[in-house]
Design a protein around this ligand. Structure first.
Ligand SMILES: N[C@@H](CCC[C@H](N)C(=O)O)C(=O)O
Length: 285
């Protein structure tokens, strides 16, 4: 184990990550180390960890090494591993470009993830990522306190449950300090739960909604890219649109979901690196 580890801190719409450069896959990353790094009082603080490792040097990235040089090894703040992180990919691409580890040409920068290769296009402050196609596959519910809200399960590479609020219930009134109760038989591997309410008309997009999210493995976060993809896909579907765009306002800003004329799904929003340093792993322990 290395006793000092370099890190960069970054975020996308305030979904924040500890980024660990580990090009040759030498770092012994464990659930305990991830949880300690993400601790907001005793560690660096973050909703998750992004390990930056060459695809060829990681067992789960090796199969994609022909398409993508880099693998995003994503961990939630509780030390669990997830298949995909939409904001994470955008911040990961920002990190690669800022550190001259990759160039962002017009064709985009491929990033390997456990859910396949995503392609990031850097457009100044915004990073747009071509995501996997969201798949709506079941009806279900989420319960928060005394409130049970119907929703739909959406697979975005990772699992989501999108619940639209009705009958005067507002996002601001929800207590998401603990995980909503869900159907554990349907979501055996856990689920990220999004609650959604309509927002006013917004020029330039077909739909405009607000969401809050309780993430599997991280609790309530300020934003979730794959969650916004799930919410945007449901919003366009409910509007009867097979292509179009949806603005999804999260606590940390705005993400835009687009399904283009070719049926490709895109997630766009800001991605920011805020600083770098070196962490004393022994002190974390
Ligand atoms: N915040 C992420 C999603 C991170 C993974 C998620 N908590 C899970 O366990 O699936 C995003 O921006 O997509």
């Amino acid at each position: 184990m290395m006793d000092r580890v370099f890190f960069t801190k970054g975020h996308g719409t305030a979904n924040d990550f500890v980024i660990l450069p580990d090009p040759d896959g030498e770092l012994e990353l464990t659930p305990a180390l991830v949880a300690a790094l993400c601790d907001r009082r005793r560690g660096i603080g973050g909703d998750g960890v992004l390990r930056v490792v060459r695809a060829a040097k990681h067992p789960e990235g090796a199969g994609q090494a022909g398409e993508a040089e880099w693998f995003m090894d994503y961990w939630n703040s509780d030390g669990s591993i997830a298949e995909m992180c939409g904001n994470g990919v955008r911040v990961f691409a920002r990190y690669l470009v800022a550190n001259d580890l990759a160039t962002a040409g017009p064709a985009g920068l491929p990033v390997a993830t456990r859910a396949g290769v995503m392609v990031a296009v850097v457009e100044a402050d915004t990073i747009r990522v071509r995501m996997s196609t969201p798949r709506v596959y079941a009806a279900s519910t989420a319960t928060v306190g005394a409130l049970t809200v119907p929703g739909v399960a959406v697979d975005c590479g990772n699992p989501h449950l999108v619940c639209g609020l009705h009958d005067g219930v507002r996002l601001a009134g929800l207590d998401l300090s603990t995980a909503p109760l869900v159907d554990r038989a349907l979501f055996g591997a856990g689920v990220n739960v999004e609650f959604v309410e309509p927002a006013g008309d917004l020029p330039g997009v077909d739909r405009h909604v607000r969401m809050r999210v309780h993430e599997r493995g991280s609790g309530e976060t300020m934003s979730c890219g794959t969650g916004a993809l799930a919410v945007g896909a449901v919003a366009l579907r409910e509007a009867g649109l097979s292509a179009g765009s949806a603005a999804v306002d999260v606590l940390g800003g705005r993400l835009v979901i687009t399904c283009d004329e070719h049926g490709a799904w895109w997630l766009a929003g800001p991605a920011v690196l805020v600083g770098s340093g070196r962490v004393d792993v022994a002190a974390l322990a």
